[in-house]
Ligand binder design. Sequence first.
Ligand code: GRF
Length: 207
Amino acid sequence: MLRILVCVSGGGTNLQAVIDAIGDGRITNTEIAGVISNNKNAYALTRARQSGIEAICLSPKDFPDRAAFNRAFLDKVDSCLPDLIVLAGFLVTIPAAMIEKYRNRIINIHPSLIPSFCGVGFYGLKVHEAVLARGVKVTGATVHFVDEGTDTGPILLQKSVEVNEDDTPESLQRRVMEEAEWQLLPRAIDLIANGKVSVTDGKVRYK
Ligand code: GRF
């Protein structure tokens, strides 16, 4: 059984997609060991608790400095004994010590086709605003492993979504979630849970 720890900051629709996919068998060999949010008001926490999953809030605001938060965060993560950490809309920078300790065992979902519209400052609606401002015709989502950079780790899965002429950032965000994110994240976890993925020279290969 792959034990996953899911880190969230917001609505938690990607968390819900994972919970649902475990429920209906699209993800096998996997259990959610816990959910961590940096935001005590995140609806994702409610979703987790409604599904009987232990969910806690750990906010940088409750610590004297970032180093103290990072230590507490890593302690909490370690105590869950995760095989895989899933960043599902988590807006906190992952401490370097955690990236090192959990190399190729942390995945993130990003709402664009990396390397477009990613990196520092590209999160949430800002991604979709930039897509529309540039006028690209195709966008999408990417699941990648997390390394020291921002959205630079090995790419696991990508799926494209067409941009419509009348899209708003909100309508595009919704479609990217429905057509790409909620399918990709469960698929990525299932691949990892079933030993179908390896990382060599910074690239993902399917077994
Ligand atoms: C998603 O668009 C995800 O790609 C991004 O943050 C958003 C989280 O949405 N990283 P939700 O909390 O899963 O609904």
